[in-house]
Design a protein. Structure first.
Length: 234
């Protein structure tokens, strides 16, 4: 493995939506929750029934942008492929401008880029390519993806399409689920590292064992935030 490219949307950004009157029947204070106080906007919290994704997920005050939305699925595949489910990149290099092009570096030298035209693209030292995404798995040359796994190759447990059932089965058996909580936490961590680096616009070094930035107090403060009252007491 040499390079991975993850094709998901951009990082989160500060909310700049205009203030609107809160409609009747909307508990805006509760919806806004621990996030910084601000006025209502229908793009954050649509009134009544809607058939679209509200864009609160784009804003730093509420969510983690599309990096933390779809990225939670696609960076997860990369971490798994690298056998890094319990670790993370050690360097994060953001571009000087723009919302794509950030580069992660793992301790083993593999580089992972945020950006691209496919969900997950794996590039090998021999020029071979594997692309994986929702609804496709393909390769160049094509026979890589067409070759069945041998008996001795790594196979995921066959849990079908039910993560819920796998979780319940593991409660009884005391085995770890195929998508264990630590795996999800580490994937979310990768998304957060990208958002922080895009926000600060400088190279950051990360210690996956201590789960903190190396010699960077400003970046470490961004790992969390203070909730507003009364959520600060929870």
């Amino acid at each position: 493995m040499r390079t991975i490219r993850i094709g998901v949307g951009g990082p989160n950004r500060p909310c700049n939506l205009p203030n609107e009157a809160t409609p009747d029947g909307t508990d805006w204070e509760m919806w806004n929750g621990p996030s910084p106080a601000r006025a209502y906007n229908h793009q954050l919290c649509p009134n009544n029934i809607h058939t679209h994704f509200p864009i609160f997920r784009e804003f730093r005050e509420y969510a983690n942008g599309m990096i933390g939305d779809m990225g939670a699925h696609h960076f997860d595949i990369a971490q798994w492929a690298l056998n890094m489910d319990t670790s993370a990149p050690t360097e994060i290099h953001p571009p000087a401008t723009g919302d794509t092009g950030l580069r992660f570096v793992y301790a083993n030298g593999v580089e992972m880029f945020h950006g691209g035209s496919v969900d997950c693209r794996f590039e090998g030292t021999e020029g071979r390519v594997i692309e994986a995404g929702r609804g496709y798995f393909r390769s160049t040359p094509a026979e890589i993806a067409q070759t069945p796994l041998a008996v001795g190759d790594f196979h995921l447990p066959n849990v079908g399409n039910s993560h819920k059932q796998n979780w319940l089965d593991c409660i009884r058996s005391r085995n770890r689920p195929v998508a264990d909580v630590e795996i999800g936490a580490r994937t979310a961590q990768v998304c957060q590292l990208a958002n922080i680096a895009y926000q600060l616009r400088r190279m950051l070094r990360w210690d996956p064992v201590r789960e903190e930035f190396v010699d960077n107090a400003e970046a470490n403060r961004l790992r969390s935030r203070e909730n507003r009252t009364p959520w600060d007491r929870i």
